[in-house]
Design a protein around this ligand. Structure first.
Ligand code: MG
Length: 390
């Protein structure tokens, strides 16, 4: 195959778990995938090593000071940017045709939207881009003719199961949840959970923010919203099933009562490779699934009383407009406060619930307006957090 078949990637968030897994997929398919831009926030030494290894022409870091350090540390001279402008430069000014959006939090929103407007393929691991800016991403897709491919394991599974079907053709979809570290804990024990306990995820090794979101099931709630945005499904068409083994990632149920399930090893390199190479299927980056190994799979319903964040996410999705942005902003603030030891675990859901009640939702017209809801939600959440320091 010729060089025209090479995808040119900008990875925003290259030192995180999605970023490093993406680089592993690139190394497995060097004839098809090339790195033209990398951006990272923290973990500068790993970022320096990645730059030396892949030699992207465009790089970006969080702060101007970090850019200076990187310039003096590298053995070659890429264009070095920083901040939100740096993310945009990597996405748009480089020769990239594919963006891997793996920056954590609302910071990744503008670059994701801009890449879609520029007609690029965007492999989106940044939940917030879809949760906060779902309607904006649709507008950007229409304007730019780009492609949106989910990198999350459940949504990559749904992308395969939906296979372009219209949402009317399916009765429901189900995304699975491992249940996190507190799946079998009593309500009282969950309410008193420590940071160390919440960071001890049984199935996936991920960054601290998403690991806490997995412990509260807010991660699954954000994924319900994501599924609605990606596939045009109504809230009641999206269900969550507990499945601690994390081998079935999603299922689609048709009107006749039949289900199709998607199964693969729980390794993020699989959904990443799917998104990068879609619609092609090349040799996998992980061993083929071993059906000769005896396994037990279990399924069950989530408990909304012990995991109220899931119910809060459904509530925000039903309200629509900027309510998901408000939910997400309050959750980011509350999780940061919990990780900093300022509030208890149960304070996360309380803060999100209070903020959703206090900040009215508006129609999501443009990025500025969505970000305005985001900042009003953050200041309300911070007020609440200041009053509830433990
Ligand atoms: Mg997921």
């Amino acid at each position: 195959m010729g060089s025209a078949d090479v995808r040119r990637l900008a990875i925003l968030g290259s030192t995180g778990s999605i970023g490093t897994s993406t680089l592993a997929v690139v190394q497995a398919h060097p004839e098809r995938l090339a790195i033209v831009a990398l951006a990272a926030g923290r973990n500068l030494e790993l970022f320096r090593q990645q730059c030396e290894r892949f030699r992207p022409a465009y790089v970006s870091v969080a702060e101007a000071g970090d850019a200076g350090w990187l310039r003096s540390s590298l053995n070659y001279a890429p264009a070095i940017h920083f901040g939100t402008e740096g993310l945009l430069a990597c996405a748009l000014q480089s020769e990239a045709d594919t963006l891997v959006a793996a920056v954590v939090g609302a910071a990744g929103l503008a670059s994701t939207e801009a890449a879609l407007r520029a007609g690029h393929r965007v492999c989106v691991a940044n939940k917030e881009a879809l949760v906060v800016g779902g309607e904006l991403m649709h507008l950007a897709l229409q304007a730019g003719g780009g492609e949106l491919l989910p990198v999350d394991s459940e949504h990559a599974a749904l992308h395969q199961l939906m296979a372009g079907r219209s949402p009317q053709l399916v009765r429901e979809v189900r995304i699975t949840a491992s249940g996190g570290p507190f799946r079998d804990w009593s309500l009282e024990r969950i309410q008193a959970a420590t940071v160390v306990e919440a960071l001890n995820h049984p199935t996936w090794k991920m960054g601290p923010k998403i690991t806490i979101d997995s412990a509260t099931l807010m991660n699954k709630g954000l994924e319900v919203i994501e599924a609605s945005v990606l596939f045009g499904l109504r809230p009641e068409q999206i269900q969550v099933t507990l499945h601690p083994q994390s081998q079935v990632h999603a299922m689609v149920g048709f009107h006749d009562g039949t289900y199709q399930l998607q199964v693969c090893a729980n390794d993020m390199k699989l959904p990443i490779q799917y998104a990068l190479l879609y619609p092609e299927r090349l040799d996998g980056p992980v061993p083929t699934y071993d059906w000769n190994q005896a396994r037990t799979w279990t399924f069950g319903p989530p408990d909304l009383e012990r995991f109220p964040c899931l119910a809060l996410a459904y509530a925000a999705l039903r309200v629509g407009g900027t309510a998901p942005a408000i939910l997400n902003a309050a959750n980011e603030e509350a999780v940061a406060a919990f990780l900093a030891g300022r509030i208890g675990f149960w304070g996360i859901q309380a803060c999100v619930a209070q903020t959703l009640d206090a900040v009215p939702s508006e129609p999501a017209r443009d990025l500025a307006q969505v970000m305005d809801s985001d900042s009003r939600a953050r200041s309300r959440a911070r007020e609440w957090l200041d009053r509830h320091i433990t």
